[in-house]
Write a protein that binds this ligand. Structure first.
Ligand code: SDX
Length: 391
């Protein structure tokens, strides 16, 4: 092999690209989208405004934001034939698997958006993806419940539509609690992008072969599904419920997590980049307290989560490995308080991460990045002769 190949499993020390979208500092716990801190954006902005910022690089004017929302509304109808694909799934299918399949199927019904060759096509592809992904994401829940599917209501907001699409009954409009909408808006903002995480790198890798936007996003959904990545938010709740059912014995699970012979990991803890704290976890933990208090929800799971965090903060195993709660540790507790079913938690992550995936794909294509093709260190057999079968 000409030149030197640096082996770097998991790309722990490799930079795959240059990007202007998100800056994060793992030591200082800093996360900024296009230079704005997530603390400010979570406090003062809204999800569609942050989506516009991440995708197009600047905060929109008031008029431009209204135009963006109206342009999304042009594409909120999903082809009726998509329902035939949805009907083919068993109700027990995991929503992330259904979402990945339906997202890829969008290509068949929207071929013009496949490669977004010019600025107008790119803009329409962005609006189409923001519009249709939200609808099909909620269809995975409606399908799992055997409920009739809902349509996007162009008279209400994007985040309001999420609750409407999920929970509206045929009898009439769904009036979401403003506290719920505000909490969801903040959660989606906090999930919107995170530089070259596993699923975003997947979107860039698939897009680098000039596969279309929907196909690339579909691959990102599959990567996010894994319990080491976005699937962790579901695994955290399942873990906390298990601890609760076994009498709240957090120490037993801490011991399991530290046992090298036990594959169990404390879900929601640790991060490849953040080595002191995940700034999103701090904001979400505070929001969890506020939302549960405002909604009058007394969830014993929250107390167990705080007990685990306190125990890990002083435990040599966790401290020496710099393992702290990450974005997934507290988010599930809020989703549960909002009435979102556990197997939809990672779909929530995907809805929040969608603008980041779109922005990173768009940047990769506009920068004309080369096709992704890493090398390897070969450790297999040296040359050997083909033996006759008699031997
Ligand atoms: C997300 O990259 C991103 O930005 C992702 C994300 C985003 O916004 O896109 O932030 C979202 O995916 C958050 C992470 C969600 N995953 C989990 O909560 C699953 C549990 N966490 C781990 O599996 C782990 O911490 C990772 C996957 C998050 C990070 O893994 P790394 O960086 O590859 O670290 P590692 O597996 O090499 O662990 C280093 C050491 C090991 O011990 P030793 O071999 O040194 O003895 O720490 C241990 C690990 O065994 N360890 C844990 C642990 N996480 C790491 N031990 C117990 N419990 C854990 N949670």
């Amino acid at each position: 092999i000409s030149g030197v190949i640096t082996l770097d499993p998991g790309y722990k020390n490799s930079g795959a690209c240059k990007s202007e979208i998100t800056f994060l500092d793992g030591e200082l716990g800093i996360l900024r989208y296009r230079g704005y801190s997530i603390e400010e954006l979570a406090e003062k902005s809204h999800f569609l405004e942050v989506s516009y910022l991440i995708i197009f690089g600047e905060l929109p004017s008031a008029e431009r934001l209204v135009q963006f929302e109206n342009d999304i509304r042009k594409f909120t109808l999903v082809s009726e034939e998509m329902k035939i694909i949805l009907d083919g799934f068993p109700r027990t299918a995991h929503p992330m698997g259904v979402l990945s399949a339906l997202t890829s199927a969008l290509t068949a019904f929207n071929p013009k958006s496949v490669n977004a060759e010019n600025e107008k096509e790119m803009y329409d592809a962005v609006c189409k993806t923001m519009a249709k992904f939200l609808v099909i994401a909620t269809w995975t829940y409606r399908k799992s419940m055997g409920y009739p599917l809902n349509y996007y209501d162009n008279t209400i907001g994007y985040v309001e539509n999420f609750m409407d699409l999920m929970f509206k009954l045929p009898t009439g409009p769904y009036a979401a609690n403003p506290v719920v909408i505000d909490a969801l808006d903040k959660l989606f903002i906090l999930h919107a992008d995170h530089e070259q995480n596993c699923s975003t790198s997947t979107v860039r890798m698939v897009g680098s072969s000039h596969a279309g936007l929907f196909a690339s996003i579909s691959a990102g959904v599959s990567a996010l599904w894994g319990p080491l990545h976005g699937g962790a938010n579901q695994a955290v709740l399942e873990m906390l419920e298990e601890i609760h059912k076994s009498g709240g014995d957090a120490d037993k699970y801490m011991a399991k997590a530290k046992d090298k012979n036990d594959p169990f990991r404390l879900m929601g803890f640790g991060h490849r980049v953040y080595k002191n704290f995940d700034p999103r976890a701090r904001i979400i933990k505070k929001a969890a307290d506020e939302v549960l208090n405002t909604l009058g929800v007394d969830d014993p799971i929250l107390a167990i989560a705080k007990k685990l965090e306190e125990a890990a903060l002083v435990d040599e195993y966790f401290v020496s490995r710099k393992l702290y709660p990450n974005v997934d540790f507290y988010s599930g507790i809020i989703y549960r308080a909002l009435g979102i079913p556990t197997d939809m938690f990672t779909v929530m992550f995907a809805i929040g991460r969608l603008p980041g995936w779109i922005a990173q794909w768009k940047e990769m294509r506009e920068n004309k990045e080369p096709i992704g093709r890493p090398r390897q260190i070969y450790t297999g057999h040296p040359l050997r002769e083909y033996p006759k079968i008699v031997s």
